[in-house]
Design a protein around this ligand. Sequence first.
Ligand code: PMP
Length: 284
Amino acid sequence: MSRIVYVNGDYVPEEDAKISVFDRGFLFADGVYEVTSVLDGKLIDFEGHARRLARSLGELEMAAPVTDDELLAIHRELIARNDLTEGMIYLQVTRGAADRDFAYPKDAAPSLVLFTQSKTLADSPVAKTGMRVISIPDQRWARRDIKTVQLLYPSMGKMMAKAAGVDDAWMVEDGFVTEGTSNNAYIVTRDGTIVTRHLTTEILHGITRAAVLRFAKEAQMQVEERPFTIEEAQHAAEAFITSASTFVMPVVEVDGVKVGTGQVGPIATRLREIYLEESRKAAL
Ligand code: PMP
């Protein structure tokens, strides 16, 4: 039997419940959710969930799609329409659909989806036997080497950069730069060595990074793959980033401090030229 699902104001059969491929929940994990349980056809701790939802939305500067009263009415309507006596109601709000850009769109309408799941919760057999667990490292989300669509923090980072009146942000962990919000980060030391963080699970293994380092070595430039600090960047001769869409892009200021002369430097300029020339030659 098909469930009735709530999607942006409509109650529709689940096979007709659709969201745009441009929805930021799909493209950036730019969304929040709640799960409220239902016992005897009634909502458990609805107010707690509504409060946390409001907080999550606030932290992400996301508009609430409906009021708390409307939200309660939608939950109740779904319970009624699906004849739910025991189970859960899943709720998700996303920033909505917009052309893909890390920065938040100015005028997207939030998406709101709710659906029911029927499940025995109170009379769970495990409640009688107890659970067994294993321990695992907490790596939420420490696997930046996987190019996932979990891009909410990079998106927040771009907005922090925008709010500070600059172009982008470099992320720092344990005192060292990992990478840019959507690019790999580099400095050029005063003796002309190109420094960029080594490849681990802490950064994305940039395709442009690999090509640029290869071209740099072929051009007899010195390359060192190691972590560097913001302070080292501020005292460097040059800095730049690389990514598929920016190629090699000079960075002239970090946290309000000019890097080198504060102008685009010769090594970043040369690498950009080489990258464009070689990539055009090899393009398929
Ligand atoms: N780091 C991060 C976090 C990125 O999102 C990107 C771009 N997708 C890069 C580095 C650069 O990778 P590439 O050169 O493959 O575009």
